[in-house]
Design a protein. Sequence first.
Length: 399
Amino acid sequence: MMVTDIETGTGSLIKNLTCPECGTVHNAEVINTVCVNDACRSTLFATYNLDAGLDKSILLKRPANMWRYKELLPVLDEKNIITLGEGFTPIIPIENLKQFVGDNEVFWKDESGNPTGSFKARGLSAAVSKAKELGIETIATPTAGNAGGALAAYAARAGVKAIVYMPKLTPQVFKDECRLYGAELVAIDGNISDCGKLVNELALQNGWFQVSTLKEPYRLEGKKTMGYEIAEQFNWQLPDVIFYPTGGGTGLIGMWKAFNEMEQLGWIGSNRPRMVAVQSESCNGIVSAFNAGLPVSEFADGGFTIANGLRVPKPYADRQILKVLRESNGAAITISDHEMSAALKEIARNEGMLMAPEGAALWQAFKKLKATGWIEAGEKVLMINTGSGYKYLENIDIY
Ligand SMILES: *Cc1c(COP(=O)(O)O)cnc(C)c1O
Ligand SMILES: [Zn+2]
């Protein structure tokens, strides 16, 4: 889609959509889902013209939201940007739990203040904006909770229809917010994989566009902005270790993509953090595959977890997640619901932050990896608190 009115162009440097597995190049000016190569069907990566460089001083006068990186995002026309102020979230050091931190520097990147209370806002802001630019009228998604609320809000803002498939067992507030934002909410007797199968079939039958995790290219672009922010907020020196609660893996793959783009732009050097994937004990496919040295994960669903965002039995982009963990010399670890719940309370009481159980899990994972010596003296550690705890309270024993 050409932007003829130069006044409203974003300056996006997007070039095409490239398959990271087979290299097939796809035209970014038309609607795409996954790689067209039937033997592949991989997630597509948006590719940008980065070789000419881009001076990072452009950021100085930009608004404090993720669209400050608009040249590195896919939307061509400013008028199509659907924003509710997502991104540029704070980085907050551990203050009162320093006895666990020793001589490490440990920080949270706190995503809980995003619109709809989670970092899903970044992905859906990008995906809904681009869908609007491409003329899409109905967007559907399977969700474990937060993606549905974020889709519903951005779709309301964009004036497009949203249809959300969510497991029945998700706390009520996740369903209520979808309905309040005017989305059609379908509660399913099953897990997110069951929701995903239904959306696949119905999207095909009804001509809906689906934004299921990593089955369209642009939620990844929104979530990668965390990587840009981490570099900018740490004055272009990345931390040594980043902990990430891994469901579908969008944020993990996205941050890694951002680091590579920034190196190409000349904004950072070649140093990379070690990336740590944290999963729930009941849904540990990535951890098992990582520890077994396998290139893809097996279907793993041990049932309910309070961290609904982590109940993804088989991430669509498991191959990419595992590649990032290995390239970064990272690690993968599981945390039980009991541990998450204890961590959530410890952080709330001592640090004044009420986190989603997915985020709180990272604190327990940090303590474990510190105890084994995997985190070394003096290393700088960043944990991504992906969401607010307020939506999860019906499943948290507060006493
Ligand atoms: C979705 C979600 C995750 C997992 O994110 P992925 O990008 O799917 O790996 C983690 N935490 C919260 C709060 C979420 O909503
Ligand atoms: Zn391919």
